[in-house]
Ligand binder design. Structure first.
Ligand SMILES: *Cc1c(COP(=O)(O)O)cnc(C)c1O
Length: 278
């Protein structure tokens, strides 16, 4: 694993572990012939679901927040190229997307579908991410990850051996509610809430999808994605500078942003489920 180099780290070591958390979250959510899910117009989750549908040969429907804008942005164009069908919800309905009323409307429109929540965070996603710690091949004390909806952190913490800790960095402003989300997800996936994790709320750099010149410069210098990964890494550097980690602490930072696989490189669908071929 590559190490992060930064003068403020002092005696704290930070190992960078590239890992596609969105793929992990989907792993135990596969096996349904038709999947509907939600996301913003630049959602990594939407892209991951579309790519999985393309790869495994199941139908996908992406319900996007806001109005349709044409031409599609590169993220949605990629999803569409994978075969995802796109639907749109106005912002008010989108806020109520998980209510029975809006879900009934979507089921009426799209028929029999398996619905995955926004960001893909459910109990199955937690089980998928719980497999991550076993893939870490350096000695460590703490695993860090960015936090959007909390499924990744909930899973990593659930998969940690005794004595290790997980620390998430919220990329949203005012994200105090996220601890409740992580707790709920662990209760659903593991039957209890673990006490080996926490969430830093102070490194959102203005909020979800926001950035600052400092963040942009750091991301460019280290060649990392800005909106999740750079916030976490700069958060780790900042905590180290302030002495929040004991000297010699070994941190594994999960680099969650993954390059998109070009659609042309998806071979024939693997036909994951035993349902009808498309
Ligand atoms: C979705 C995402 C996260 C956060 O995952 P959650 O499980 O939603 O907290 C982190 N990094 C990247 C690049 C993501 O796309």
């Amino acid at each position: 694993m590559e190490e992060l180099r930064h003068p403020a780290l002092g005696a704290v070591r930070v190992f960078l572990m590239p890992d596609d958390n969105k793929a992990r979250k989907l792993r135990y959510n596969l096996g349904h012939p038709r999947v509907l899910t939600f996301g913003g117009a630049y959602s990594n989750h939407i892209r991951a679901v579309a790519a999985a549908g393309r790869r495994h040969g199941f139908e996908t429907i992406g319900v996007i927040r806001g109005e349709e804008r044409l031409p599609l942005n590169p993220s949605l164009a990629y999803a569409a190229a994978c075969g995802m069908r796109l639907d749109y919800l106005d912002r008010g309905s989108y806020r109520r997307k998980h209510t029975p009323e809006v879900l009934a409307r979507l089921r009426e429109r799209w028929g029999e579908v398996t619905i995955l929540p926004e960001g893909g965070s459910n109990a199955a996603a937690v089980r998928g991410c719980a497999e991550l710690p076993a893939c870490i091949d350096v000695p460590y004390d703490v695993v860090c990850c960015p936090v959007g909806t909390g499924g990744t952190l909930a899973g990593i913490a659930a998969g940690l051996p005794p004595g290790k800790r997980a620390l998430g960095f919220a990329v949203l402003k005012g994200a105090g509610f996220l601890a409740g989300e992580v707790a709920r997800l662990q209760r659903e996936a593991c039957g209890r809430v673990l006490d080996n994790w926490s969430i830093d709320l102070d490194h959102h750099f203005g909020g979800y999808a926001r950035t600052t010149p400092e963040l942009d410069a750091f991301a460019a210098e280290h060649g990392v994605e800005r909106l999740y990964v750079a916030k976490m890494l700069l958060g780790i550097v900042d905590l180290a500078r302030r002495g929040a980690f004991a000297a010699g602490t070994r941190v594994v930072a999960v680099i969650t942003g993954q390059p998109w696989t070009p659609v042309a490189e998806w071979g024939a669908p693997t036909g994951f489920d035993s349902g009808e071929p498309r």
